[in-house]
Design a protein around this ligand. Structure first.
Ligand SMILES: CCCCCc1ccc(-c2ccc(S(=O)(=O)CCO)cc2)cc1/C=C\c1ccccn1
Length: 240
């Protein structure tokens, strides 16, 4: 098939991000600190700065009943649902449809006082991965979003400060078949979600402001997004 100019970068980044998402939090010596917890959802961050700017890597793990990894990735990847769950989104444009599982986006996010407004250009790729740990286990689904350049949307040309991000959403479906051999229902499935993100805020923003934004926004984002998927799928056939 025709190779898009980004394909080599997409392949490399997906493999790298999936490997990192699969790594556990490890012991506390690994620098990951738990900063938010709500039921099954646990959010960790590492405090890291690049050129004096906060770029704290974030890793969230969550287990949600009644949905599959394919469904979670479908609603995360597909542009037509994004305004429903992404509360900080002011504008989203699909810049290029690279393939049916790879898109390029430009997003302008709402201004978060006192920092200036941000925007981002990134490619987004959704993929099913073989479950190499458990051969006959359900597949693993992932969406990787990674910042990229677009000549028609140069960084910092307009009112927004361009941010740079790498995001990996990794989903592992769990099926517990009912004892009495009745057909599978949503009561017998759950999804283990790992969400990893590194956001470089671009221009300078006070560390205290950024850390407060992340602490407030990320738990809200993951709870709202997963509740959205549950609500969208509850009366639909299971998409494995
Ligand atoms: C001063 C604030 C500077 C940074 C503001 C900001 C801009 C964008 C983004 C961001 C976060 C997740 C994605 S995604 O996972 O790819 C989904 C598609 O939208 C894309 C963009 C984050 C943030 C910073 C915080 C923040 C955190 C969770 C939600 C909202 N804002």
């Amino acid at each position: 098939a025709f190779q898009h100019r980004l394909w080599p970068e997409i392949e490399k980044t997906v493999k790298q991000q999936v490997a990192m998402a699969r790594m556990g939090i490890g012991d506390c010596g690994s620098g990951w600190q738990l900063f938010a917890e709500d039921g099954e959802m646990k959010m960790y961050r590492r405090e890291e700065e690049v050129d004096g700017m906060v770029v704290d890597p974030l890793k969230a793990v969550h287990v949600v009943k009644g949905i599959t990894g394919h469904e979670v990735c479908h609603y995360f990847f597909s542009p037509q649902y994004r305004y429903d769950w992404e509360t900080t989104l002011e504008q989203m444009t699909v810049l290029e449809t690279i393939s049916d599982d790879t898109l390029m986006f430009h997003q302008i996010h709402k201004r978060i006082w006192p920092a200036s407004q941000r925007d981002v250009v990134f490619w987004s790729h959704m993929r099913k991965l073989p479950n190499d740990q458990d051969r006959d286990g359900p597949d693993i689904w992932t969406v990787v979003n990674n910042s990229t350049e677009d000549p028609d949307h140069p960084a910092n040309a307009g009112k927004c400060v361009r941010i740079f991000l790498t995001v990996c959403l990794l989903c592992q479906t769990r099926v517990i078949p009912p004892k009495d051999g009745t057909p599978l229902s949503r009561d017998n499935i759950s999804c283990k979600i790992t969400y990893c993100s590194v956001v470089n805020p671009g221009g300078w923003a006070p560390a205290s402001v950024l850390r407060a934004v992340y602490k407030r926004e990320y738990p809200k984002f993951l709870k709202r997004f997963t509740a959205y998927v549950k609500n969208q799928t509850k009366s639909k056939p299971i998409m494995y």
